[in-house]
Design a protein around this ligand. Structure first.
Ligand code: C2E
Ligand code: MG
Ligand code: MG
Length: 738
């Protein structure tokens, strides 16, 4: 992340440097291009001006065959001959030299002949043009005069001159030439010579020819007063005072900009683009590399950590344990491996949902982390099982840590969906050499955990070699029970409840399970086992359904079914009971639900409401094992209970312990006051039966009358004797030998 930010910080200046460098290069190349264009324009302007001057010079030279001729002097300076002048100056110049206008001036500068386009015209037409050629004719005369004065005679080369002039917004090629005799020493020279000025207006065709000749773009003559567009090449023609009289203008070649725009520019732009693309690619590839390494790190982390808690998982645990064992081999010492299992975690999942379960796991993970040292490892192996590797340990410090953990993890936890009571059990194995495999260490700690749970939960146990067999058996039974529930290989037996006439008034449904190879297993073992491994709801539902189905054949006989706290707390319990009633077409009034005091007194929503709901549905409720739990008789009036079942422990003490009798009398009295039915269970002897009857308890359940019997027996009772059990005279005789 930090790397990413540094690179992002570098990226911006790098991009700015690239852009600024390219802009500077573009700027200087542009200046260079402009200079090149200025040069090119100046060159074109001078080319055009010189070209025009050259045309004028050439044109003036073409005048000389006519102007240097004795006859020309004779017909002008000696004796002016209008006819000759008209033919040889006016017409000839127009026809052969393309001077459509020409003017003849005498030695005094007076216009003697003015001609335009085949006509003699008024000299005033040429006032403006002659004003511009005046300097030319004056120069010619001055040069002639000085040559003559110097006795050099005249030169044919210096008797004529050409000039491009402007007048009235028009442009003319003009040529001027003195009219002189053929020979330099001619006597005719004594006559001051006339001068002829020929003019040809420059129009579009001439400008086009000029453009073609000098390979410039189309030259145009600007209207008077108009300035050429900026960037255009121009040639201005001014008067003696520098006032612009006419101006030619054209678009010059721009070799610099053209070169720039056609070649350098695109190359630069492409380079800039490529530079930026390269930067972006660099940036992207860095990003990709970063995100790749981030996802690689994430994948690595995920491979070694548990997603819910972020704790090391089984793989990392094994690795850490191997390292700890390696260290132990080198440096000695001991390592403790501690399995922590949350007690009745499945209940939380079942009753409050998986989110609450997850929350509880995270809560406990944080708590454990707060207890262990930084050098210890905490890993999560499965659902509710954590494991700790405590290095530099010994029996004492492992036990201390286990106690601390029990204290820390026991108590009420407030989850988003409500409060739960959470506790844990801990199994510890102490490794004294580094030779053990991680899997074996874990197995040992796991066995110890089973032992701790078996011994009533909320405690810790150290692994001992003898545990192996017990735990293996437990695991075998767990697998067997799961299978038995799945294939409905369980059975339900019924124990009669008898009134003082010996008539069966009810039966209690009791679950039986026979393991295929190990034989019958006591409910005292497999019911807690089912609770422990999350099978209780399925087992309970099986018994309830079976009891309802059987009760169908026994009208008027109450069938009591034991329902555990786990079942009661299951959110679907009430609904599923309703469905079962409908499915088996059973009246709820025929079923009695036996719950224990613990269920009634638990401080949770379900325990408070479910018994009421059940009674509303028509079930009756009996309080099983009464007297063994909280035994606060006072609470009975507040709870929806129909019957109290005096626990066997009181009954068995009858006759031996006077207090037992007193307690029973008190319970019976209270029940009567509260209008509750009363039954005693575990009645084995006539003496117990008689004492109970004296105390006021009429309904009795126990081996004295009958052991729990198969369903067929109850069927037979109901059919034959109308459900009456007659006791034999032998005091301890048991009619049924279960
Ligand atoms: P419980 O509900 O108190 O059931 C009475 C237990 O006392 C039964 O033991 C019964 O066989 C035994 N018993 C009855 N009369 C006598 C007697 O005169 N002398 C002696 N010594 N014992 C007598 P069982 O069938 O072994 O069941 C033990 C416990 O397992 C039950 O105690 C009940 O808590 C639980 N259990 C059995 N079946 C189910 C079941 O389907 N669901 C649930 N939730 N619990 C069950
Ligand atoms: Mg019972
Ligand atoms: Mg009982």
């Amino acid at each position: 992340m930090k790397n990413g930010t540094t690179e992002a910080k570098l990226m911006v200046p790098m991009a700015v440097i690239v852009i600024v460098a390219v802009m500077a290069l573009v700027g200087s190349l542009w200046v260079w291009a402009e200079q090149a264009d200025n040069l090119a324009r100046t060159r074109e302007e001078s080319l055009v001006r010189k070209g025009l001057d050259q045309i004028a010079a050439d044109q003036s030279m073409l005048m000389t065959p006519i102007t240097i001729w004795d006859q020309a002097t004779i017909a002008t300076a000696v004796k002016y001959d209008p006819k000759w002048v008209r033919g040889n100056i006016g017409d000839y110049f127009q026809k052969y030299l393309k001077f459509e206008s020409n003017v003849l001036l005498d030695a005094d500068g007076k216009v003697r002949f003015a001609y335009h386009d085949g006509q003699e015209v008024s000299p005033s037409l040429f006032t403006a043009t002659l004003a511009q050629t005046q300097s030319v004719t004056r120069d010619l005369r001055n040069r002639y005069a000085s040559d003559m004065a110097a006795g050099r005679g005249y030169s044919a080369d210096s008797n004529h001159a050409g000039k491009v002039i402007a007048a009235d917004g028009r442009l003319y090629i003009t040529g001027a030439s003195l009219l002189l005799p053929d020979a330099a020493g001619s006597p005719l020279l004594k006559h001051p010579p006339f001068v002829v000025v020929g003019m040809h207006e420059i129009k579009a065709p001439e400008l086009a020819a000029l453009s073609d000749r000098y390979m410039v773009s189309r030259i145009s003559l600007l209207p008077r007063g108009k300035t050429p567009p900026s960037g255009n090449a121009s040639v201005a023609f001014t008067d003696a005072n520098g006032v612009v009289l006419a101006q030619l203008s054209w678009q010059p070649e721009t070799p610099g900009k053209t070169l720039f725009l056609r070649t350098i520019g695109p190359v630069l732009m492409i380079s800039l683009g490529l530079g930026l693309v390269a930067l972006v690619l660099l940036h992207t590839s860095q990003k990709t590399a970063q995100s790749l390494s981030a996802s690689e790190a994430k994948a690595k982390h995920m491979a070694l950590h548990d997603a819910l808690t972020g704790l090391p998982n089984r793989t990392l645990f094994a690795d850490r344990l191997s390292q700890a064992c390696e260290r132990m081999k080198r440096q000695g010492g001991q390592v403790a491996v501690m399995c922590i299992g949350l007690d009745r975690f499945k209940d939380v999942n079942d009753t409050l949902g998986h989110l609450a379960g997850d929350e509880l796991i995270r809560h406990n993970a944080a708590k454990i982390n707060g207890v262990i040292r930084a050098c210890d490892t905490l890993a999560r192996l499965s659902g509710d099982e954590f494991v700790i590797i405590q290095t530099d340990s010994d029996g004492h410090s492992a036990a201390t840590l286990a106690k601390r953990l029990l204290e820390t993890l026991t108590g009420t936890v407030t989850l988003e969906s409500g409060q739960v009571f959470s506790s844990c059990s801990i199994g510890v194995t102490l490794l004294i050499d580094g030779e053990i495999e991680p899997a074996e260490a874990l197995r040992q700690a796991d066995l110890a955990l089973y032992r701790a749970k078996d011994a009533g939960r909320g405690q810790y146990a150290f692994f001992e070699v003898e545990m192996d067999a017990t735990i293996k058996l437990r695991k075998t039974l767990e697998t067997g029970l799961r299978e038995a529930i799945h294939i409905e290989a369980l059975d339900v037996v019924y124990q009669p409840q008898v009134d003082h006439f010996g008539k069966i008034v009810g039966v209690e449904a009791l679950c039986r399970w026979t393991h295929p190879s190990r034989g019958p297993v006591s409910p005292g073992y497999f019911i807690p086992l089912a609770e422990e491994c999350g099978l209780m709801n399925d087992l309970g539902a099986f018994v309830l359904r079976r009891a309802m189905q059987d009760s169908h054949r026994w009208p008027g006989l109450k069938v009591a079914v034991n329902v555990s706290a786990t079942q009661m707390r299951h959110p679907d319990f009430v609904r599923s009971l309703g469905e079962m009633l409908a499915e088996t077409r059973t009246q709820a009034s025929q079923i009695e639900i036996e719950i224990t005091e613990g269920v009634l007194l638990a401080d949770d929503h379900a325990s408070q409401l479910v018994p009421r709901d059940l009674r509303h549905m028509g079930f009756s409720i009996a309080l099983d094992d009464f007297g063994t739990g909280y035994s606060s008789l006072g609470y009975l009036s507040r709870y929806p209970v129909d019957k109290i079942k005096i626990d066997r422990s009181f009954v068995s003490n009858l006759g031996n312990d006077p207090e037992a009798e007193a307690v029973i009398r008190a319970i019976v009295k209270l029940s009567k006051a509260l209008n509750l039915n009363i039954i005693a269970e575990g009645v084995e002897t006539r003496a117990q039966k008689n004492l109970l009857r004296q105390a006021g308890c009429q309904i009795i359940q126990g081996f004295l009358y009958s052991r729990p019997v198969p369903v067929s027996d109850i069927d037979a009772f109901m059919r034959d004797g109308g459900g009456k059990i007659v006791l034999s005279e032998e005091p301890e005789a048991l009619r049924q030998a279960g």
